[in-house]
Write a protein that binds this ligand. Structure first.
Ligand code: SAM
Length: 289
């Protein structure tokens, strides 16, 4: 475990200044590291996907309990540190890549023992979570450190002005089973915000997982984004903006006949399961190109 002194020493040895623009706040708290490993429930069968390994503090703990770890880090200076610190670890696959550019579905969607564990870069945490839910809903669980407000927002239900696509995807994937509060003092340098670790466990019957072969989840997410494009407007008006052609009547008729939702409702009033049904009834009309 790299504590404050060891973290500062490594940064100075490698002549690195932490980059705020990449969300580089390194974990220095032993007790939080221990909690992350405890709640993530990793076994010697697990293949762990880690995003943003940084100096390798979490990576090194994960390598001790998982069968293997695949870690994606954008910053080549971090890669140089990990390559030196963890060079003898045969169960680590380290990639210098922007996680948002990686085709996770192609690489990992068929794996049965996949688990995600990451101290996320906060500036793109929502995009990363959406990507994970859409591309690798086969993951058994996701244990993620994120900004406290972001953790709260993605766990909201309907009738809240901050409820949106990520919360809907999360609800259809699984359930938050653990939350750990993390103070700014647990990192170096200290972030200006508080953090939270959440563990999201996949539902045994998660629709994102069980129907992913038949239903294209990229299109589903695109559909959600359209429905929330103007959250103060009704679902009908949001669909109106998207389907600006003769299809609109056909689509709205179909929705009205199926009685799934009242199109006069605003998107934030509709529960996740209803969005799923709504999407299935209109999926054939959606073109994301
Ligand atoms: N895991 C380390 C820890 O716990 O101390 C570092 C976590 S730090 C909050 C986030 C890490 O994500 C940084 O190392 C940063 O360089 C990396 N990162 C930022 N943007 C990224 C991206 N688009 N793809 C992959 N890694 C990224």
């Amino acid at each position: 475990m790299l504590d404050l002194t060891a973290t500062k020493k490594i940064l100075s040895d490698f002549n690195i200044l932490p980059r705020q623009s990449l969300g580089q706040n390194f974990l220095i708290s032993k007790s939080i590291l221990r909690r992350i490993i405890e709640i993530s429930d990793i076994s010697d069968q697990s293949h762990v996907l880690e995003i943003g390994p940084g100096l390798g503090t979490l990576t090194s703990a994960l390598l001790k309990c998982a069968a293997r770890v695949s870690a994606y880090e954008i910053d080549k200076q971090m890669i140089a540190v990990i390559e030196q610190r963890l060079k003898d670890k045969m169960n680590l696959a380290l990639y210098q890549q922007d996680i948002l550019q990686v085709n996770l579905r192609k690489l990992y969607a068929e794996e049965s023992n996949l688990q995600i564990v990451a101290n996320l870069p906060y500036y793109i945490s929502t995009e990363i979570i959406e990507k994970l839910l859409i591309e690798v809903p086969n993951a058994e669980s996701m244990t993620l450190m994120l900004q406290k407000e972001a953790a709260e927002r993605i766990s909201l239900g309907p009738n809240n002005s901050r409820y949106g696509p990520t919360a809907i995807l999360l609800k259809l994937y699984g359930k938050i089973t653990d939350r750990v509060r993390v103070a700014p003092s647990c990192f170096y340098p200290q972030p200006k915000v508080s953090s939270q670790v959440i563990k999201i466990k996949r539902h045994p019957q998660s629709v994102l997982f069980s129907t992913r072969v038949k239903i294209d989840l990229f299109r589903f997410n695109f559909f959600l984004q359209q429905c929330f494009a103007q959250r103060r407007k009704t679902i009908r008006n949001n669909l109106n903006n998207y389907f600006k052609n003769e299809l609109l009547d056909q689509i709205t008729d179909k929705i009205e006949q199926s009685d799934i939702v009242d199109l006069k409702l605003r998107p934030e009033q509709i529960p996740a399961e209803k969005f799923w049904q709504l999407y299935q009834s209109v999926a054939n009309y959606i073109d994301i190109n």
